[in-house]
Design a protein around this ligand. Structure first.
Ligand code: PLP
Length: 406
């Protein structure tokens, strides 16, 4: 079989070489990081080095990083009414989140469903800041969760502006930066994030590690999700995933030093891919496309699907009316190209995208949304292969449609 092209980096990234070496090195260390002997101290050093590397990636202090098993767990840990700051020890009564958050945020953490409120996004896929301000105005101590970039569309959210609104209302802002980190600037101070979630496998480390990072030491998590031993300073019990954490640290260091070059590389290939998509199929809709074209006319439920907004440099979500995403993903796969239909989901079943629904995209277009996501090792040959497969698919589709019309 000729070489495959992996273009599903938002689902997971291949491991970086630096992360593989760190992972393998950690497997050779026998100790438990909580043990006081030399073997234990060696394991502890690996964990603490990784803590420094992960903190540096987002401009935080190492002591403010809690390692978890995943981005999902970090989101769960963050979203609790019990979260406290030095100045405020009352529980937080309500959680506000954008309608396009990942399922692990939409689950609402430890808030009751009736204490959780979804906020709308515009047709461009960005949070409606007016709706945020209005919603939290009457809530004392609101907790707000807003992702930095969306996993399906890649649309970057107005986090800095949201932080100003949330802080003016006496609230705390949690930012799910799982898809954004390593691709765009992600400094907690500059963003105004009080809490930030990361996932190791999205930046080229192993699956099964994540982190919740607080901006200041006066933010407390008095109710850990996992209780038992005193690991992670009592904030997350359980013997640490030393190899996974060491790989996370190494990937964070690599992502930090090569972000600018990698982002430029991905953006150039993404632009080539989108230009090719539009040449082959002029009716294609690219969600959040920055070319200033409103593709929504005639397709959306009375809405456009977005003029140009800032997106991640690696993500393209597109649709063509009449195309079914599942069929397209299978066709690409048979041609040796791995892409996904909107959000990859754990059950393998394709769910209609809540993100596109929140953007007001029509049902037929939503059903046809395919996500292509690139990474640091994607090549021009991968893009050409993808476009070759797309040409075939479009031609088969138009034959089928002519057949139906005949
Ligand atoms: N948040 C976002 C935006 C994601 O895209 C994902 C994974 O796809 C997660 C959270 C969950 O991360 P993990 O796979 O580490 O649980």
């Amino acid at each position: 079989m000729s070489q495959r092209s992996y273009l599903d980096w938002n689902a997971t990234a291949p491991m970086r070489e630096e992360a593989k070496s760190a992972f393998a090195g950690a497997l050779a260390v026998a100790g438990n990081p909580s043990s006081v002997h030399a073997e234990g101290r060696a394991a502890r050093r690996l964990v603490e080095t990784a803590r420094e590397q992960v903190a540096a990636l987002v401009g935080a202090q190492p002591g403010d990083v809690v390692f978890t098993s995943s981005g999902t767990e970090a989101n769960m840990l963050a979203l609790t009414p019990a979260i406290q700051t030095a100045g405020e020890r009352q529980p937080r009564s309500r959680l506000f989140l954008s309608a396009i958050e990942h399922a692990s945020v939409r689950a609402g953490g430890r808030f009751a469903p009736e204490a959780t409120e979804e906020l709308p996004v515009g047709p461009d896929g960005r949070l409606d800041l007016g709706a945020l301000a209005a919603a939290i105005a009457k809530t004392p101590r609101p907790l707000v969760s807003l992702m930095l970039a969306n996993n399906e569309t890649g649309v970057v959210q107005p986090v800095v502006e949201a932080a100003a609104i949330v802080h003016a209302a006496g609230g705390l802002l949690h930012v799910d930066a799982v898809q954004a980190v390593g691709r765009i600037a992600c400094d907690m101070g500059a963003l105004g994030a009080d809490l930030l979630t990361l996932s190791a496998h999205k930046i080229g480390a192993a699956k099964g590690a994540g982190g919740l990072i607080r901006a200041r030491e006066d933010i407390h998590f008095p109710e850990p999700l996992i209780r038992g031993g005193g690991q992670e300073r009592g904030r997350r019990a359980g013997t640490e995933n030393v190899a996974g954490i060491a790989a996370f640290g190494a990937a964070a260091a690599a992502a930090r030093s090569s972000r600018h070059a990698e982002a430029a590389h991905m953006a150039a290939l993404r632009d080539r891919l989108e230009a090719g998509l539009q040449t082959i199929s002029p009716r294609v809709v690219i969600f959040g496309n920055a070319h200033g074209v409103d593709h929504g006319a005639g397709h959306g439920a009375g809405h456009g699907v977005g003029r140009g907004v800032e997106r991640l440099p690696n993500t393209t979500l597109f649709a063509l009316e009449g195309m079914k995403a599942e069929t397209a993903v299978i066709s690409f796969d048979l041609e040796g190209v791995a892409v996904s239909s909107g959000a990859a989901c754990s059950s393998g079943k394709v769910q209609p995208s809540h993100v596109l629904a929140a953007m007001g995209v029509s049902v037929p277009l939503r059903r046809g949304a395919v996500r292509v996501s690139l990474g640091w090792s994607t090549t021009l040959a991968d893009i050409e292969k993808f476009l070759g497969a797309w040409r075939k698919l479009v031609s088969a589709l138009s034959k089928e449609q002519r057949g139906i019309a005949a």
